[in-house]
Design a protein around this ligand. Structure first.
Ligand code: G3P
Length: 217
């Protein structure tokens, strides 16, 4: 399973990259705003900075809601850097733009997906990635992980190439459960990755090894 980090925070991206397990980055307008990155020029410059830190795919989201606007914005984003993946919302214009970009060989990530039907549409339109938001489903007492499992089944039934990118991952158990289900990718905060390191037996075991080493020296 690929590990993406879901942030526009450069130091979190650097930390995950330094760990050696990072496969890419996802961003969205809210995450950009959280870092105080506003205005087209600053946002585009920030995407370039992110691409220079990581080696993998970097999702950059369009803000247009009409087909023509999405095409114009998406083409500019794709031209910015070879690692950029054009992120499109799951609305009719987004599906149409997804098909347009996939026909041109430009990679896409269809976002704000909350149902199997939406994921099926994204795959039919040739999306590179589909982003079901599992945390936000959990927030409204709906099983987000079950959606990942259902999409996995449908995609496997027809050997769709679209990769399932479990998004709105909030914690380590989401990561582990996504891996069990067979999600192709997960994207979450830095804590959802570094949290996987933690085990008290690792810490106490290491402390004992170091203590015993000192005894013999
Ligand atoms: O990847 C989607 C993500 O940015 C949304 O996460 O935690 O705001 O639901 P969250």
């Amino acid at each position: 399973m690929k590990f993406f980090i879901d942030t526009a925070n450069l130091s979190d991206i650097e930390e995950a990259q330094a760990l050696g397990v990072l496969d890419g980055v996802t961003t969205n307008p809210s995450l950009m705003a959280k870092e105080g990155i506003t205005g087209e020029t600053n946002i585009l410059a920030h995407y370039k900075k992110i691409c220079n830190i990581v080696e993998g795919d970097v999702s950059a989201e369009v803000i247009s809601t009409d087909f023509e606007g999405m095409v114009k914005e998406g083409e500019a984003l794709a031209a910015l850097h070879p690692q950029i993946v054009v992120k499109l919302p799951m609305i009719a214009a987004g599906v149409k733009a997804c098909k347009y970009f996939s026909d041109k060989g430009i990679r896409t990530n269809v976002t704000l997906v909350f149902s199997v039907g939406q994921a099926l549409l994204a795959a039919k339109a040739g999306a590179t990635y589909v982003s079901p938001f599992i945390g936000r489903l959990d927030d409204i007492s709906t099983d987000g992980l079950n959606l990942i499992a259902e999409i996995r089944q449908v995609y496997d039934n027809y050997a769709f190439d679209t990769q399932i990118l479990a998004a709105s991952v909030r914690h380590t158990m989401h990561v582990i459960d996504c891996a069990k289900i067979g999600s192709d990718v997960m994207t979450g905060p830095l804590s959802s990755i570094t949290g996987l390191l933690k085990h008290p037996l690792t810490d106490s075991g290491l402390a004992k090894f170091l203590e015993d080493y000192k005894k013999g020296n």
